[in-house]
Write a protein that binds this ligand. Sequence first.
Ligand code: ARG
Length: 468
Amino acid sequence: IVVDYGGANVAKPLHIGHLRPAIIGESLKRLYKYLGYNAIGDVHLGDWGLQMGLIIAELSERQPELPYFDPDFQGEYPKEAPFTVTDLEEIYPTASAKKSDPEFSHKAHQATLELQQGRRGYRALWQHIMNVSVADLRKNYDNLDVHFEKWLGESDADPYIPAMVEDMKARGIAVQSQGAWVIPVAQEGDKKEIPPCILVKSDGSSIYATTDLATLVQRMQDWNPDKVLYVTDKRQNLHFEQVFRAARKAGIVPPTTELEHVGFGTMNGKDGKPFKTRGGGVLRLETLISDMTDFVRAKVVENRIVGEDQVEDTTSKIAMAALKYGDLSNQPTKDYNFDMERFAAFEGNTGPYILYTIVRIKSILSRYGAWENLPIQEPANDFAKDLMLSVTKLGPTLEQALKTSSPNLVCAYIYELAGCVNKFYHETRILSEEDEKLKAGYIALIGLAKNILETCICILGFSAPEKM
Ligand code: ARG
């Protein structure tokens, strides 16, 4: 199974729009792995399109004396990049804002085309952009505990493009239309119009659909997956419909390989409006994470939950749970409102509540002693029975979550299970039970519930602290 998620575009810092693809994709991948599939996560970086041309064009205006722009330059290019990641964060938006200037726009498109065609200086500059930017992206995904098996990108599809395009032209899969090469993909019975998939633009450059098709060539060749899942904003639905149909039509993907677009909705601010900084800009993901962390840290410190040396570790675990559970507990396709106070609350349907339940069980278990091999006894009361029934739902829940690509089902399940644990705890004397056999059965039962809760939060991508 290939899970294509993350999808960051290089040279731009991660912003809040990158939160959902990262955490939904990571949890789907972990779910597949847990259920025994061989799942490969591929970040599929956006590193081959117009944004690269925009940066090259902008640099050529700022520092025209650099050797990368001299077509006659024969020597070796400098090892050091002529910019830092902070420079790039300013260069890209500046260049992007100039797209409306026809002259600059032409220059950027030309640079994109020449980069793709292999112009030496542009490839060298591109490598610098990649080195500087990818290191930063890795750091940011690591902070989110999101890890990819493969760090491939659109550019890695490039070597597969010429043969693929030639073949599609030769077999009449691709046809000419207004100077471009397109693959007609409309089908009888379509409820809305599905425009042709553009394979090569009239200026000869490749676009998003081209690299996605060539990436499928690479994936089939290298991994021969049973399924490829794409986790992106649901507004890319049409793009994937076109790509999937084109891939089937061209025979790039056999009927036995499933293609699925997991389209997700928008994360809005607490007021239901698109998330913006006070200045009206795009909020960086780093800022969102550090705001949540600061908020949680204040609670941890105020409530004296742990000793000073544990504050940072506990805080970051609770903050991750708040952030990820807050997102994943919604059906992916739905928009939701990001509400820091609500997500970080220790009570209610939240990540911290689940952690709190785990920590509470752990504390009882540690007071009991060795518990791992104790047998579970028949239910002594209705609360024990409800908890047992809830425990049995793990398997079917995970299967259903996988089948429907819905991590929210895992969240709903552990919320129910945690509720059963807490009711049982409140209604039953566990440690003070005098019947040793009964007591051991209780302990075994909550121990099992703890294991299940831990397994599920690991699938969701977070973990529990020792104390809370
Ligand atoms: N870079 C793309 C974007 O920013 C997402 C890539 C998703 N994956 C794919 N194979 N198209 O929208």
